[in-house]
Design a protein around this ligand. Structure first.
Ligand code: SAH
Length: 347
C-alpha cells in the first residue's frame, strides 16, 4: 500500500483515470483531505462506489502518532512530539502570531551540522524525514490548532526551522512543499513558506527548485574564523561563496533575503561585526532577524542583555538594513529556536 500523503495529485489522477473514472474525483479527494480535514476515503461522500474499494486497496492513511503535547503557559506556543513508524521522534512547534499560527517543521531526525550553539546539533544526524513525514507534521499540527484554538482556522505558514538542515534533505522537502502547494489541496502560497539553512551551498544552488519560497540564512557572524566555530559547515562553504550564490537568487518585488543572526553574550555583536556586515552585504536586499541566544541544558554560551541586542539592531539599521528582534516563544517548554531534541525524556 502507498501512503496517501506521499501521493502527488497527478499520480492520484493517473490512478483514477487508469481505472476508467474521471480525474475530477482526484481533485475532490485532495480538497476533502487537505482542505477539509477528512481522515479517510469513507469520510468523502459522492465518489463512485467502485472507486472506494480501489482506493482503499491502493492507499493508506498512515498518520503519525502524537506521543506528547506541551503547551506554553506564557504564550500559547504548542510543541508536538511525533513518533515515526520506526520509533524515532521529531518535534514540531506551533508558534502563535496575532491571527495565525506558524508551524516550525522538522526536516530530519537530529542534524549533521553540529552547530556549537544548537541543542539539536548535539545529537548528530539519525536520518532524513520522508516527504510524508514532513507533510503529516503540517496536517496534524494544523488539525490540532484548529480544534484547540478558536479563531485560528486559517492555514498556518511554514518555517523549516525545526530539527535538521532542510537543504540537506532537499528532495523530500521539495516534494513535500509541492504537495502542500497544490491548489486543489492545502493550496499554500510560496510566500507562506520559509526555508532556513545553515549555509549548505549544494542545496542553495538548487534553491530555485523550491519555487520562490522565502529564503533564510543562519548567518551569525561576518568573520569566517568565528563562523567556523559556530557553524562548522562554514569551513566547507565560507561566507564569500555563500554571498556570491545568494546574489543569484531571484527575488520577487519587495521580497527580501532573511539573515538570521544569533546574538551570543559578549561574542558576535560588536561594532566591528556591524562594520564588516556593512562591507559584505552592501546593497543586498537583506532583512535581519536577530535571535537572542536561547539557553539549553549544558549550553556553552549565554543569553545577551536586551540592551546589547537593541544596540546591534540600531547599528544595522544605520547601515540601511531592515532588522527585527525575534521574540522568544515557548521557552518554558524548550520549544524556542535551537532547543529541540528528539529525546522524549528531555522535553
Ligand atoms: N538548519 C537550519 C534550520 C534549523 S535552526 C538552519 O541552521 O538555519 C533554526 C534557527 O534557530 C537557526 O537560525 C539557528 O541558528 C537558530 N538556533 C539554533 N540554536 C539556537 C539557540 N540555542 N538559540 C537561538 N537560536 C538558535
Amino acid at each position: 500500500m502507498e501512503s496517501f500523503f506521499s501521493t502527488p495529485l497527478s499520480s492520484l489522477e493517473d490512478f483514477i483515470t487508469e481505472h476508467g473514472f474521471t480525474k475530477v474525483h482526484a481533485q475532490t479527494i485532495y480538497t476533502q483531505i487537505y482542505k477539509h480535514g477528512a481522515k479517510s476515503f469513507e469520510e468523502i461522500s459522492g465518489l463512485p462506489q467502485k472507486l472506494y474499494s480501489l482506493l482503499e486497496k491502493k492507499y493508506c492513511f498512515d498518520f503519525l502518532e502524537i506521543a506528547k503535547i506541551q503547551e506554553s503557559v506564557d504564550d500559547k506556543t504548542v510543541k508536538l512530539l511525533f513518533k515515526l513508524s520506526d520509533g524515532r521522534t521529531v518535534e514540531t512547534v506551533c508558534v502563535p502570531f496575532q491571527k495565525k499560527y506558524t508551524l516550525c517543521l522538522s526536516s530530519q531526525v537530529g542534524c549533521a551540522m553540529k552547530c556549537s550553539f544548537c541543542f539539536t546539533g548535539t545529537q548528530g544526524l539519525t536520518r532524513s524525514l520522508e516527504k510524508k513525514e514532513i507533510i503529516l507534521q503540517y496536517i496534524q499540527a494544523y488539525a490540532y490548532i484548529k480544534e484547540k484554538f478558536e479563531g485560528h482556522q486559517a492555514a498556518p505558514n511554514i518555517v523549516f526551522m525545526g530539527q535538521g538542515e532542510p537543504l540537506h534533505n532537499i528532495d523530500n522537502v521539495a516534494d513535500a512543499i509541492e504537495i502542500l502547494k497544490t491548489t486543489e489541496g492545502m493550496g499554500l502560497g510560496p510566500r507562506q513558506i520559509t526555508l532556513s539553512t545553515a549555509g549548505y551551498l549544494p542545496g542553495i544552488k538548487r534553491f530555485s527548485e523550491l519555487g520562490s519560497v522565502n529564503f533564510a540564512l543562519s548567518f551569525h557572524s561576518p568573520f569566517n574564523e568565528e563562523r567556523n566555530e559556530l557553524i562548522p559547515l562554514n569551513k566547507a562553504y565560507p561566507i564569500a561563496d555563500l554571498i556570491k550564490e545568494l546574489k543569484s537568487i531571484k527575488l520577487m518585488k519587495r521580497q527580501f533575503l532573511t539573515f538570521e543572526y544569533l546574538i551570543i553574550r559578549d561574542l558576535n555583536h560588536t561594532r566591528k561585526h556591524v562594520e564588516e556586515i556593512g562591507r559584505l552585504l552592501k546593497d543586498m536586499p537583506v532583512i535581519f532577524n536577530l535571535i537572542p541566544f536561547n539557553e539549553f541544558p549544558g549550553a556553552p554560551y549565554k543569553r545577551p542583555e536586551m540592551a546589547a541586542v537593541e544596540e546591534f539592531k540600531a547599528g544595522l539599521m544605520e547601515l540601511g538594513f531592515h532588522a527585527m528582534i525575534r521574540t522568544t516563544k515557548g521557552d518554558d517548554i524548550l520549544a524556542a529556536c535551537g532547543q529541540l531534541t528528539s529525546q522524549e525524556t528531555l522535553s
